[in-house]
Design a binder for this molecule. Sequence first.
Ligand code: FRU
Length: 608
Amino acid sequence: MNRSIIAGGVILASLSGGSLPVSAETVPLTPQCLSETNALVRANTTQGKYILLPVQENAAPAHIRVLSDGRLDETLNITLAENRIDFYVPLRLDGRDGEEILLDIRTSHDRAHTRDTQNSLWSSEIKISDEFDTSNREKYRPAFHHTPLYGWMNDPNGMFYKDGVWHLSYQWNPYGSKWENMSWGHSSSKDLIHWEAQEPVLYRDALGAVFSGSAVIDKENTAGFGHDSVIAIYTSADASQVQSLAHSSDGGMTYERYAKNPIITYERESRDPNMFWDADNSRWVLLLASALDHEMLVFTSPDLKEWTLQSKFGKDFGAQDGVWECPDLLRLPIEGTDREKWVLICNINPGGPFGGSATQYFVGEFDGNKFVCDTPPEVTKWMDYGKDHYATVSFHNAPDNRTTVIGWMSNWQYANEVPTVQYRSANTLPRDLKLFEFIDGQTYLASVPSPEVDILRGTPKNYRPGKIGKGLKRFSLPSATDGLCEIDFDADLKNGSRLEITLSNQEGEKVVMTLNSEDDTFSMDRTSSGLTDFSEHFPCVTVAPAYNATGKYSVRIFIDRSSIEAFSYDGHFAMTNLVFPTSPYNSVSFSSPDGNAKVNSLTIYPLK
Ligand code: FRU
């Protein structure tokens, strides 16, 4: 097993060894229990780099105030272990202003949840150490999708490309594997595939938790923080949600907060600011989700600090069942033409096509002030027809005029319950977007895996399966990579026939995908895919319109340990679903209920 030590948030060393959650060189700390619900823990930053806090996932939450040389430095909520330790999380001591650290721990908020500090397991197991072991202990941790080293993750945030490096921040809980303590974690990559954990960039401050937001490069120094500063605007969430600015002069590795925060206040719950430079009008544009009103607000600014509300879009448009979150506004080329259109991305939760969260979009025009949708309000378009694709937004400044997006690969219906513990949630594969016009006269989004994904491919196996009847034609998935692979095939379904593509393992667990040329759909059934009973919302069949007018289908399917992403080659449909097989799927089989399908070619790439 690969064993890495996190020090200062960066992976410093990779050793091979066991999977103990903490290093042996730890010193116990002795809490002073003042009452049934309150304890103090004293430490000194010279004693070690981390206080290791024992966590029990289902315990009642405790509240910790971290004082550094007598000043309040941080507050956090954590489910400290009562009678079982699920894992440890590190509270960092390095980088604090003072030396004397005092943890003021309150183990209950009300009388009904009183629990005895002295007899709780955490009080004998809390310790201090120079090391925190982030060795992977999860069988379902994906191999080629981004995940946090530990802790809970949701939305991608503040994504940009600069000087050959892709930056991906994300909603992160440093103190547990369920949603809490929202901060911005940070990873970077030179190739959009291999991610390196970096120092977290933004922790909660006096204005509140750090919710989602975006980052841009201020090439012309419009904000006055210096040429090429990276400017992040995010939601500060406490009693209300307001928008705050932070700037970076080292390419987004560290941020300093703006002294005049908040910079945007709005009288309704509003969040997830997303910015871009409007070259036609030489000013910045910012989209903000007015979550409960189902509206996206359009602001403009000359300097990223003073923002003017110009317009609102959304009343009665598209899916309206849940809150509107995480907007983005993109100008995209229409395939096969020299025209472009604007696309407003709107993540919604709940109200997705199969329940819970999903990403809808609107195609239209934007004049620098106002977005006007091409289609009537009742038209709803989805970017991905799986159940695990949310909070998708684009990288600022992607090279070669690309529009590259990444989503959060989960669903709010069950994200806190999925069967992993050390970390929770991965990102989708990166995807490049463009538009296409279909025979119904509508313009749709096409999502294809970003070209960088191809670097994962090992030596392929090629087959010509030919005519597919009612019986199964079975092919092995690569055992050398434990089933991690890309499956590409071309099918001929011209006569209204159906093709079933089944992934299965020796436990009899399976995922059945169906291409149906009669109604031109692609579907995925994960009801028997493995572990499904952690949530009643998990077992499901998802169905996508395939937007194919020819009856000839080319499909790419990516299998990582706990995810399946299917795309048509031209990106006309995309479907992302989590799965938790008890052992990896080791074969793919083709069959056709009507016995009339043809698979002309099949290529299986092991993915490294
Ligand atoms: C979307 C979201 C955002 C918010 C963030 C909080 O998943 O609800 O609207 O900023 O998550 O973590």
